[in-house]
Design a protein around this ligand. Sequence first.
Ligand SMILES: *[C@@H]1O[C@H](CO)[C@@H](O)[C@H](O)[C@H]1NC(C)=O
Ligand SMILES: *[C@@H]1O[C@H](CO)[C@@H](O)[C@H](O)[C@H]1NC(C)=O
Length: 233
Amino acid sequence: MNSLFIVFHVILLASSVHLTNAASYEYFKLALVWPTTFTRIHASGMTKPKIPQHFTIHGLWPTNFSLPWPANCANNQPKYHFDKSLMTATLQGHLAPDWPSLLPGQSNMDFWTAQWEKHGSCSAERFAQSEYFEKALFHRHNLDIDGELKKVGIIPDRIKTYSRSAIVNAIKKTKTLQVEPELVCFPDNGNALLWEIRVCFDADLVEIIQCPINKSKGVNLCKTKSNSIIIPV
Ligand SMILES: *[C@@H]1O[C@H](CO)[C@@H](O)[C@H](O)[C@H]1NC(C)=O
Ligand SMILES: *[C@@H]1O[C@H](CO)[C@@H](O)[C@H](O)[C@H]1NC(C)=O
């Protein structure tokens, strides 16, 4: 009985080690978007009542520390293509408020499909499709970035500006997040609109890690003059 139990454990251990080695990415980046900024940049036609007033998920991206980053992994492994039948009504109901498509011409399902095809498929060995979407939601809720900003008086406003460090510190000092998130901005008349907040995780989606910001060339990291960041309404 005992030795059977040990054999079982060895097999389990061996298979989990195998899984780890088979990973085709090194860490995850959870990108949360401020919908009003996105709408200003991409889709000025979207009308206000429909724009969520909280950070929503742009994507959960399996990434590597150095370029090139993994993408479109089902092209080599067709079994990892998006499977619409796995998007149960319950899962869709959970995703709709927190991972909506913000483009007027794009359905939520189209957005989820595109994100899975480009990104999720690259971690499919570790996180199957349903689990991938659930994990993204779990971490989005767990971080509660909206709540943490509000606590220190950082409130979205049409003209009010905040410094990068005030925003970073508000998020950084939370229990769950002890490292700097990556901020992404969009220039706006001498100020900067807060566009995304991105948080990095280890390959198991358990521990939050420092985002390797040195690899984000071409991205505006909000390192503008102080007190110039607007979180627009
Ligand atoms: C990403 O990293 C993993 C593990 O180091 C590696 O197997 C994979 O080939 C890398 N992907 C790309 C696109 O370079
Ligand atoms: C970028 O950051 C990663 C992880 O933080 C590090 O391993 C790598 O050496 C850095 N690359 C450069 C060019 O600084």
